[in-house]
Design a protein around this ligand. Structure first.
Ligand code: PHE
Ligand code: CO
Length: 299
Protein backbone atom coordinates (compact mmCIF):
# COMPACT_ATOMS: atom_id res chain seq x y z
CA UNK A 1 0.00 0.00 0.00
CA UNK A 2 1.54 3.35 -0.88
CA UNK A 3 1.79 5.89 1.89
CA UNK A 4 0.73 8.97 -0.03
CA UNK A 5 -2.66 9.45 -1.63
CA UNK A 6 -3.89 7.92 -4.85
CA UNK A 7 -4.41 10.65 -7.47
CA UNK A 8 -6.38 11.07 -10.70
CA UNK A 9 -4.89 10.89 -14.14
CA UNK A 10 -5.12 14.37 -15.63
CA UNK A 11 -4.92 14.36 -19.40
CA UNK A 12 -3.82 17.95 -19.85
CA UNK A 13 -4.74 21.52 -19.03
CA UNK A 14 -6.76 23.40 -21.61
CA UNK A 15 -7.26 27.15 -21.91
CA UNK A 16 -10.85 28.34 -21.56
CA UNK A 17 -12.44 31.72 -20.80
CA UNK A 18 -12.08 30.75 -17.14
CA UNK A 19 -8.33 30.23 -17.47
CA UNK A 20 -6.45 26.96 -17.47
CA UNK A 21 -8.72 24.03 -16.64
CA UNK A 22 -7.67 20.44 -15.97
CA UNK A 23 -9.26 17.89 -18.24
CA UNK A 24 -9.62 14.31 -17.12
CA UNK A 25 -9.55 11.13 -19.09
CA UNK A 26 -13.20 10.37 -19.85
CA UNK A 27 -12.98 6.59 -20.05
CA UNK A 28 -14.32 4.19 -17.45
CA UNK A 29 -11.62 2.98 -15.06
CA UNK A 30 -11.67 -0.06 -12.87
CA UNK A 31 -11.48 1.18 -9.27
CA UNK A 32 -7.80 0.72 -8.33
CA UNK A 33 -8.77 -0.31 -4.82
CA UNK A 34 -5.35 -1.70 -3.91
CA UNK A 35 -3.77 1.67 -4.68
CA UNK A 36 -5.65 3.47 -1.90
CA UNK A 37 -3.21 4.38 0.85
CA UNK A 38 -3.78 4.21 4.61
CA UNK A 39 -4.20 7.99 4.38
CA UNK A 40 -6.98 7.59 1.79
CA UNK A 41 -8.90 5.12 3.95
CA UNK A 42 -8.39 7.38 6.94
CA UNK A 43 -9.77 10.35 5.00
CA UNK A 44 -12.87 8.30 4.19
CA UNK A 45 -13.32 7.47 7.89
CA UNK A 46 -12.74 11.07 8.98
CA UNK A 47 -15.41 12.26 6.57
CA UNK A 48 -17.83 9.37 7.07
CA UNK A 49 -18.16 9.24 10.86
CA UNK A 50 -19.09 12.83 11.72
CA UNK A 51 -21.15 13.28 8.58
CA UNK A 52 -23.28 10.20 9.15
CA UNK A 53 -23.91 11.47 12.68
CA UNK A 54 -25.03 14.88 11.42
CA UNK A 55 -27.39 13.23 8.95
CA UNK A 56 -29.36 11.13 11.40
CA UNK A 57 -32.53 13.16 11.85
CA UNK A 58 -31.52 15.50 9.00
CA UNK A 59 -31.27 13.37 5.86
CA UNK A 60 -34.50 11.78 4.64
CA UNK A 61 -35.26 8.29 5.92
CA UNK A 62 -34.85 6.73 2.47
CA UNK A 63 -31.28 8.03 2.26
CA UNK A 64 -30.27 6.74 5.70
CA UNK A 65 -31.88 3.37 5.13
CA UNK A 66 -30.16 3.05 1.75
CA UNK A 67 -26.74 3.80 3.24
CA UNK A 68 -27.33 1.00 5.72
CA UNK A 69 -28.58 -1.41 3.07
CA UNK A 70 -25.46 -0.74 0.99
CA UNK A 71 -23.35 -1.60 4.01
CA UNK A 72 -21.42 1.66 3.98
CA UNK A 73 -19.12 1.90 6.99
CA UNK A 74 -16.22 4.13 8.05
CA UNK A 75 -13.88 1.13 8.12
CA UNK A 76 -12.61 1.33 4.56
CA UNK A 77 -13.30 2.88 1.18
CA UNK A 78 -16.04 0.68 -0.30
CA UNK A 79 -15.37 -1.59 -3.24
CA UNK A 80 -17.47 -0.71 -6.29
CA UNK A 81 -17.81 -4.40 -7.20
CA UNK A 82 -19.45 -5.12 -3.84
CA UNK A 83 -21.75 -2.11 -3.98
CA UNK A 84 -22.82 -3.09 -7.48
CA UNK A 85 -24.20 -6.42 -6.34
CA UNK A 86 -26.54 -4.72 -3.88
CA UNK A 87 -27.38 -1.82 -6.17
CA UNK A 88 -27.96 -4.03 -9.21
CA UNK A 89 -30.39 -6.19 -7.26
CA UNK A 90 -32.28 -3.19 -5.90
CA UNK A 91 -32.73 -1.05 -9.02
CA UNK A 92 -30.45 -2.20 -11.85
CA UNK A 93 -28.04 0.70 -11.34
CA UNK A 94 -24.25 0.28 -11.38
CA UNK A 95 -21.48 2.61 -10.30
CA UNK A 96 -18.56 3.03 -12.69
CA UNK A 97 -15.18 4.55 -11.85
CA UNK A 98 -14.13 7.78 -13.58
CA UNK A 99 -11.26 10.24 -13.18
CA UNK A 100 -13.48 13.28 -12.60
CA UNK A 101 -16.23 15.42 -14.13
CA UNK A 102 -17.33 14.21 -17.55
CA UNK A 103 -18.47 16.11 -20.64
CA UNK A 104 -22.24 16.58 -20.48
CA UNK A 105 -23.21 14.08 -23.17
CA UNK A 106 -21.05 11.29 -21.74
CA UNK A 107 -22.59 11.93 -18.32
CA UNK A 108 -26.17 11.86 -19.66
CA UNK A 109 -25.50 8.69 -21.63
CA UNK A 110 -24.24 6.90 -18.53
CA UNK A 111 -27.26 7.98 -16.49
CA UNK A 112 -29.71 6.98 -19.23
CA UNK A 113 -28.16 3.50 -19.07
CA UNK A 114 -28.24 3.34 -15.27
CA UNK A 115 -24.51 3.78 -14.83
CA UNK A 116 -23.52 6.34 -12.22
CA UNK A 117 -20.00 7.75 -12.70
CA UNK A 118 -18.13 7.91 -9.41
CA UNK A 119 -14.82 9.72 -9.09
CA UNK A 120 -12.56 6.90 -7.86
CA UNK A 121 -10.04 9.06 -5.91
CA UNK A 122 -10.62 10.72 -2.56
CA UNK A 123 -9.59 14.22 -1.49
CA UNK A 124 -6.34 14.91 0.37
CA UNK A 125 -6.32 15.39 4.15
CA UNK A 126 -5.96 19.18 3.79
CA UNK A 127 -9.19 19.19 1.75
CA UNK A 128 -11.33 17.51 4.41
CA UNK A 129 -13.55 20.55 4.89
CA UNK A 130 -13.76 21.79 1.34
CA UNK A 131 -12.95 20.63 -2.16
CA UNK A 132 -14.22 22.46 -5.25
CA UNK A 133 -14.65 19.40 -7.46
CA UNK A 134 -16.52 16.17 -6.81
CA UNK A 135 -14.43 13.36 -5.31
CA UNK A 136 -15.23 9.84 -4.13
CA UNK A 137 -16.78 11.02 -0.90
CA UNK A 138 -19.23 13.37 -2.60
CA UNK A 139 -20.11 10.93 -5.37
CA UNK A 140 -20.35 7.75 -3.33
CA UNK A 141 -21.52 8.88 0.08
CA UNK A 142 -23.72 11.61 -1.40
CA UNK A 143 -25.18 10.36 -4.69
CA UNK A 144 -25.18 6.58 -4.70
CA UNK A 145 -27.51 5.80 -1.74
CA UNK A 146 -30.65 7.21 -3.37
CA UNK A 147 -30.00 5.07 -6.45
CA UNK A 148 -31.19 2.23 -4.19
CA UNK A 149 -34.64 3.85 -4.05
CA UNK A 150 -36.74 2.74 -7.06
CA UNK A 151 -38.49 6.05 -7.62
CA UNK A 152 -35.33 8.10 -7.40
CA UNK A 153 -33.46 5.56 -9.51
CA UNK A 154 -36.05 6.03 -12.25
CA UNK A 155 -35.82 9.80 -11.94
CA UNK A 156 -32.06 9.75 -12.49
CA UNK A 157 -32.32 7.55 -15.58
CA UNK A 158 -35.10 9.76 -16.97
CA UNK A 159 -32.90 12.76 -16.31
CA UNK A 160 -30.14 11.20 -18.41
CA UNK A 161 -32.53 10.68 -21.33
CA UNK A 162 -33.82 14.22 -20.84
CA UNK A 163 -30.26 15.51 -20.90
CA UNK A 164 -29.51 13.90 -24.25
CA UNK A 165 -32.70 15.44 -25.58
CA UNK A 166 -31.99 18.92 -24.15
CA UNK A 167 -28.47 18.78 -25.54
CA UNK A 168 -29.97 18.29 -29.00
CA UNK A 169 -32.35 21.22 -28.54
CA UNK A 170 -29.71 23.75 -27.56
CA UNK A 171 -27.61 25.45 -24.93
CA UNK A 172 -30.51 27.26 -23.31
CA UNK A 173 -32.59 24.11 -22.86
CA UNK A 174 -29.57 22.44 -21.34
CA UNK A 175 -29.08 25.31 -18.91
CA UNK A 176 -32.71 25.03 -17.80
CA UNK A 177 -32.37 21.30 -17.24
CA UNK A 178 -29.06 21.75 -15.38
CA UNK A 179 -30.78 24.06 -12.90
CA UNK A 180 -33.33 21.35 -12.20
CA UNK A 181 -30.51 18.90 -11.42
CA UNK A 182 -28.84 21.46 -9.19
CA UNK A 183 -31.91 22.27 -7.14
CA UNK A 184 -33.09 18.66 -6.82
CA UNK A 185 -30.33 16.04 -7.12
CA UNK A 186 -27.63 18.26 -5.61
CA UNK A 187 -29.45 20.62 -3.25
CA UNK A 188 -32.98 19.30 -2.73
CA UNK A 189 -34.93 19.27 0.53
CA UNK A 190 -37.97 17.08 1.19
CA UNK A 191 -40.89 17.39 3.58
CA UNK A 192 -41.35 14.42 5.90
CA UNK A 193 -43.95 13.79 8.60
CA UNK A 194 -41.55 15.11 11.25
CA UNK A 195 -40.24 18.10 9.31
CA UNK A 196 -37.83 19.12 6.59
CA UNK A 197 -35.11 16.69 5.60
CA UNK A 198 -32.24 16.66 3.11
CA UNK A 199 -31.98 14.51 0.00
CA UNK A 200 -29.56 16.56 -2.17
CA UNK A 201 -26.07 15.08 -2.55
CA UNK A 202 -24.29 18.42 -2.41
CA UNK A 203 -25.82 18.97 1.01
CA UNK A 204 -25.44 15.50 2.50
CA UNK A 205 -21.74 15.43 1.66
CA UNK A 206 -21.12 18.76 3.46
CA UNK A 207 -21.37 19.14 7.21
CA UNK A 208 -21.65 22.92 7.07
CA UNK A 209 -24.39 22.93 4.46
CA UNK A 210 -26.33 20.12 6.18
CA UNK A 211 -26.77 22.40 9.18
CA UNK A 212 -27.17 25.58 7.16
CA UNK A 213 -29.78 24.28 4.72
CA UNK A 214 -32.13 23.12 7.48
CA UNK A 215 -31.35 25.34 10.44
CA UNK A 216 -30.00 28.71 9.30
CA UNK A 217 -32.46 31.62 9.00
CA UNK A 218 -30.42 32.99 6.06
CA UNK A 219 -31.62 30.94 3.03
CA UNK A 220 -35.06 30.86 1.42
CA UNK A 221 -36.96 27.59 1.52
CA UNK A 222 -39.53 27.51 -1.24
CA UNK A 223 -41.95 24.83 -2.43
CA UNK A 224 -40.86 22.89 -5.52
CA UNK A 225 -42.06 24.43 -8.80
CA UNK A 226 -40.51 23.03 -11.99
CA UNK A 227 -40.55 26.12 -14.18
CA UNK A 228 -39.59 28.42 -11.33
CA UNK A 229 -36.53 26.24 -10.65
CA UNK A 230 -35.55 26.15 -14.32
CA UNK A 231 -35.39 29.95 -14.32
CA UNK A 232 -33.38 30.23 -11.10
CA UNK A 233 -29.65 30.92 -11.11
CA UNK A 234 -27.47 29.32 -8.46
CA UNK A 235 -24.20 29.46 -6.50
CA UNK A 236 -21.31 27.12 -7.10
CA UNK A 237 -18.82 28.58 -4.63
CA UNK A 238 -20.94 29.00 -1.52
CA UNK A 239 -24.03 27.69 0.28
CA UNK A 240 -27.24 28.14 -1.70
CA UNK A 241 -29.38 31.22 -1.17
CA UNK A 242 -32.52 29.23 -1.92
CA UNK A 243 -33.52 25.61 -1.39
CA UNK A 244 -36.55 24.06 -3.07
CA UNK A 245 -38.66 21.62 -1.10
CA UNK A 246 -40.49 18.61 -2.56
CA UNK A 247 -43.41 16.93 -0.78
CA UNK A 248 -42.37 13.47 -1.95
CA UNK A 249 -40.31 11.72 -4.61
CA UNK A 250 -43.62 11.02 -6.35
CA UNK A 251 -44.17 14.73 -6.77
CA UNK A 252 -40.74 15.04 -8.38
CA UNK A 253 -41.34 12.17 -10.81
CA UNK A 254 -44.78 13.39 -11.78
CA UNK A 255 -43.62 16.96 -12.39
CA UNK A 256 -40.79 15.79 -14.64
CA UNK A 257 -42.76 13.15 -16.54
CA UNK A 258 -44.18 15.46 -19.27
CA UNK A 259 -42.27 16.37 -22.43
CA UNK A 260 -40.07 19.37 -21.62
CA UNK A 261 -39.91 20.65 -25.21
CA UNK A 262 -42.85 23.09 -24.88
CA UNK A 263 -41.57 24.12 -21.45
CA UNK A 264 -38.14 24.99 -22.86
CA UNK A 265 -39.85 26.98 -25.63
CA UNK A 266 -41.92 28.92 -23.11
CA UNK A 267 -38.95 29.63 -20.86
CA UNK A 268 -36.89 30.95 -23.76
CA UNK A 269 -38.64 34.32 -23.57
CA UNK A 270 -38.40 34.66 -19.77
CA UNK A 271 -35.75 36.31 -17.64
CA UNK A 272 -33.67 34.26 -15.26
CA UNK A 273 -34.26 34.78 -11.52
CA UNK A 274 -31.37 35.73 -9.19
CA UNK A 275 -30.50 32.94 -6.74
CA UNK A 276 -31.83 34.73 -3.65
CA UNK A 277 -34.98 36.34 -5.05
CA UNK A 278 -38.46 35.51 -3.73
CA UNK A 279 -41.41 35.95 -6.11
CA UNK A 280 -44.98 36.82 -5.07
CA UNK A 281 -46.04 33.60 -6.83
CA UNK A 282 -43.78 31.43 -4.64
CA UNK A 283 -45.07 29.18 -1.88
CA UNK A 284 -42.62 30.31 0.77
CA UNK A 285 -41.87 27.99 3.68
CA UNK A 286 -39.23 30.32 5.00
CA UNK A 287 -38.17 33.73 3.68
CA UNK A 288 -34.41 34.01 4.12
CA UNK A 289 -32.86 36.84 6.07
CA UNK A 290 -30.08 36.96 3.47
CA UNK A 291 -27.47 37.17 6.19
CA UNK A 292 -23.98 36.53 4.90
CA UNK A 293 -24.96 36.42 1.22
CA UNK A 294 -22.45 37.52 -1.40
CA UNK A 295 -23.95 40.26 -3.58
CA UNK A 296 -22.72 38.82 -6.87
CA UNK A 297 -21.59 35.54 -8.33
CA UNK A 298 -24.80 33.72 -9.33
CA UNK A 299 -24.23 31.46 -12.30
N1 PHE B 1 -39.51 14.73 -19.19
C1 PHE B 1 -38.27 15.34 -19.53
C2 PHE B 1 -38.18 15.70 -21.02
O1 PHE B 1 -39.07 15.43 -21.75
C3 PHE B 1 -37.09 14.44 -19.19
C4 PHE B 1 -36.76 14.47 -17.73
C5 PHE B 1 -37.22 13.50 -16.85
C6 PHE B 1 -35.96 15.46 -17.24
C7 PHE B 1 -36.87 13.54 -15.53
C8 PHE B 1 -35.60 15.49 -15.91
C9 PHE B 1 -36.06 14.52 -15.05
O2 PHE B 1 -37.22 16.27 -21.43
CO1 CO C 1 -22.80 15.88 -7.34
Amino acid sequence: MNSQTASPRRVENIQTDKGSVPVYATGIVEQPWDDYSATDHDTWARLFRPQREVLVGRACDEFLRAQDAMGLTPDAIPKFTELNRVLGDATGWQVIGVEGLLPELDFFDHLANRRFPVTWWIRKPEQIDYIAEPDLFHDLFGHVPLLMVPMFADYMAAYGRGGIKAHGIGAEALQHLTRLYWYTVEFGLIKQADGLRIYGSGIVSSKGESLYSLESPAPNRIAFDLQRIMRTRYRIDDYQKTYFVIDSFEQLIEATFPDFRPIYAELASQESIPAGEVLHTDTVLHAGTGEGWASDGDV
